[in-house]
Design a binder for this molecule. Structure first.
Ligand code: PMP
Length: 401
């Protein structure tokens, strides 16, 4: 029977990672998968996470009993506060709440399925380009009309704001618009505050529904509040919205699948009904979430001293990324590599959309063992003081070849 199964296409980012791991070339550089690496090129478990895990290992009261379907309440409450800001009136008014989910992807999926099933939304928009999984997650959740809005202008290597606004203006009412809360993946370019205000104007006028994707809070600017500005602004404007939050990057808890779906509605009387239906969405999907990572996050967020330590850990990561952006640009300028490389330092978050073409990316992989996506996106965390010179020389060779 299984002969009918056809081979599926590979997932580019994971295939690239595998190829890099198998490569024995000593100077190879992995700029593919979006995970943090320290200055020695090694994965980094945040010290505050290690500390909490040690504490938890000794705690005999922690059990492996099932969590409720919607997860740990203190975890979700802390996540909502982190996103909206502690004193946010929407929280006080009981119309902002969260449910624990399987990292950012799981939040997107639960949120999308809920919107499709209960609000009958079928059209969704994502930026062109966007994180490659948005399309699949929303389609699998029941959405049927995928559309894109313009975002990146390859010529100026900046946001195509006029195109973005034009596309949103043309969107049918009740479309769900996926918005990157900060550190847009893959371009590393976020709208300015003024641009967010215009986006909100159009979305209000056109009755479009905001679905924020917050996978990098703290990573864009190093400041949790600043990185939540857009979401908070939309809430202040009175939008109802949902937001998928991931702790993969900012807590380094990638494989623990720690996430939260925050919902903000205009009337607190709907909350119990919404939660009851979310319970059924999750029940039919994975029944209930895992506990370990959510406990780590909830404990850290609940303790002032640990929270401060975590913020320092985020600063360590985000400032290293910023330094490496500067270092790469400086090396390219030193080599006289043709082109303007200012965008590398202007972009924020983990990634830089380099402007390198698919052919150039392939050449970098095959000739120089520098692994990056065909879109030209590089993970800045893969750069460190020992490999930045090699990388710049490889880019220089590629561009001038
Ligand atoms: N959204 C965006 C924009 C992302 O970049 C990512 C991670 N690459 C995710 C969501 C989800 O990641 P995870 O499921 O690992 O939290």
């Amino acid at each position: 029977r299984f002969q009918v199964v056809e081979l599926g296409p590979p997932i580019e980012v994971f295939q690239l990672n595998k190829l890099c791991l198998e490569d024995t070339f000593p100077k190879k550089i992995n700029l593919g998968v979006g995970a943090y690496r320290d200055e020695n090129g090694k994965p980094w478990v945040l010290p505050v996470v290690r500390k909490m895990e040690k504490q938890m290992a000794e705690d005999q009261t922690l059990l492996h009993e099932y969590l409720p379907v919607l997860g740990m309440e203190n975890f979700s409450a802390a996540s909502v506060s982190m996103l909206l800001g502690e004193g946010n009136p929407a929280i006080a008014e009981g119309r902002a709440f969260g449910v624990q989910t399987l990292s950012g992807t799981g939040s997107l999926r639960v949120g999308a399925e809920f919107l499709n099933k209960h609000l009958k939304y079928t059209t969704f928009y994502y930026s062109n380009p966007t994180w490659e999984n948005h399309h699949l997650v929303f389609m699998n959740a029941g959405f049927t009309q995928p559309r894109t809005y313009r975002y990146w202008d390859a010529n100026t290597r900046a946001i195509n704001f006029a195109g973005l606004i034009e596309d949103l203006k043309a969107a049918p009412e009740n479309s769900v618009i996926i918005l990157h809360a900060c550190a847009h993946n893959p371009t590393g370019i976020d709208p300015t505050h003024e641009q967010w205000e215009k986006i909100a104007d159009v979305m209000e006028e056109r009755k479009l529904f905001p679905f924020f994707d917050s996978a990098y809070q703290g990573f864009a600017s190093g400041d949790l509040d600043q990185d939540a500005w857009a979401v908070r602004y939309f809430v202040k404007r009175g939008f109802e919205l949902v937001c998928a939050q991931s702790y993969a990057k900012n807590f380094g808890l990638y494989n623990e699948r720690v996430g939260n779906l925050t919902l903000v509605v205009s009337d607190s009387s709907c909350v119990a009904r919404i939660k009851s239906q979310l319970t059924w969405v999750v029940r039919g999907m994975y029944s209930n979430p895992p506990a370990h990572g959510a406990r780590v996050v909830a404990n850290v967020l609940a303790n002032k001293q640990l929270f401060d330590e975590w913020r320092d850990n985020i600063k360590t990561m985000s400032s290293r990324v910023m330094q490496m952006r500067e270092a790469l640009r400086a090396e390219l300028i030193k080599l006289g590599t043709p082109g303007n490389w200012d965008h590398i330092v202007k972009q924020i978050g983990l990634f830089s959309y380099t402007g390198l073409t698919a052919t150039q990316a392939e050449y970098l992989v095959s000739k120089h063992h520098v692994y990056l996506l065909r879109s030209g996106r590089i993970n800045i965390c893969g750069i460190n003081p020992s490999n930045v010179h090699y990388l710049a020389a490889a880019i220089h060779d590629t561009v001038t070849n």
